[in-house]
Write a protein that binds this ligand. Structure first.
Ligand code: HPA
Ligand code: ZN
Length: 326
């Protein structure tokens, strides 16, 4: 269709992507083999068949299991390079990706190997495919704030190569308030802050992310729509939201793509963007998310242009690079 052609042709950004969630089943086998890891699956088909989730936690259980094949600096480099190679096909020009260091240090993989592998993948892939990038260190919210502080400390030698901190994993029962101090510390260190909120958690978690964590961008934010005053605030403060349509569908945050919050957010004048979250697990990369949402929500060309523009304006791009993309 015309819309699909437009989506493919436009230069885009991706602002909500967990690099470990780009691990394809084929790579999972490759890394397992070269690292001598035993996989709980016999084939790529078995892995794909297991990707049926009723909620966030069911996904997270497989996501943490899957990332256990990532062990060396080379693995993290290869994973990151492959992601850039894949989104280059989608005409993606700039990415701001999350990584979950605690998912690796917990298993005995050194923090330095994780971040150095990802940074070299971003650098090498960036040059090869013409994609600029930023890296965001995300804390696992089901772990303690003390553990997050330790992780932030490990990041100190790399501060000039980290854009900010994020907050992900199991949301309900782990409100932003649990991480108020470590986010304040990160801010003092010159880092930006981001948080997943309102994916499964209540509007109150979104308010806490704004008031207590002082986030620079809101990841998901679906349930903010339940609170009219909060919507007005997101509008007035021009908060950028990273929406992930196929993720919402696969995690049963919505029952149907027609219920994606994208359209309502656009109509409310919010700075909403389209992203893939964990493309290997949710069945689609950046353009797949745009195309599926456009079809389900009957988005117009103007809607697509607004979404893509929001993704460029909501990114931490240099003026030079922004001008180059626009
Ligand atoms: N939500 C929370 N934690 C996550 C996600 C998500 O969509 N993806 C990876 N970790
Ligand atoms: Zn996410």
């Amino acid at each position: 269709s015309d819309i699909e052609t437009l989506i493919r042709a436009l230069p885009k950004t991706e602002l909500h992507l967990h690099i470990e969630g780009s691990l394809e089943p084929e790579q999972m086998f490759e890394f397992a083999e070269r690292n001598g890891v035993d996989l709980a699956f016999d084939s790529v088909e078995d892995i794909r068949a297991a990707y049926e989730f009723n909620n966030l936690q069911e996904f997270l259980d497989l996501y943490y299991q899957g990332m256990s094949v990532l062990q060396t600096k080379q693995d993290f480099h290869d994973l990151t390079f492959a992601y850039l190679e894949r989104v280059k096909v989608d005409n993606c020009r700039h990415v701001e990706i999350f990584f979950d260091p605690q998912g690796h240090t917990e298993r005995g993989v050194p923090f330095n190997d994780v971040i150095e592998g990802i940074l070299s993948g971003l650098e090498e892939g960036g040059k090869a495919f013409g994609i600029t990038s930023h890296l965001i260190l995300s804390f696992l919210r089901h772990l303690s704030e003390e553990d997050a502080f330790k992780t932030l400390e490990q990041a100190e030698p790399y501060l000039d190569r980290i854009l900010g901190v994020g907050l992900d994993s199991s949301e309900v029962g782990h409100p932003p308030s649990k991480f108020e101090r470590v986010f304040a510390k990160a801010r003092e260190m010159g880092l930006k802050s981001f948080a997943h909120a309102g994916e499964e958690g209540p509007p109150e978690y979104v308010r806490e992310a704004l008031d207590l964590l002082k986030i620079d961008r809101l990841d998901h934010g679906n349930r903010a729509l339940e609170d009219e005053r909060l919507v007005k605030r997101l509008h007035d403060e021009k908060i950028v939201l990273t929406s992930c349509p196929l993720s919402n569908l696969k995690l049963c945050v919505i029952d149907d793509l027609k219920d994606s919050p994208l359209k309502i957010m656009l109509e409310a004048g919010l700075k909403v963007t389209v992203n893939s979250d964990d493309p290997s697990y949710f069945g689609g990369y950046l353009n797949d998310n745009y195309i599926a949402a456009a079809e389900a929500l009957k988005l117009t060309k103007d809607d697509i242009l607004t979404l893509v523009r929001n993704g460029i304006e909501g990114a931490y791009l240099s003026e030079d690079r922004r001008g180059h993309i626009l």
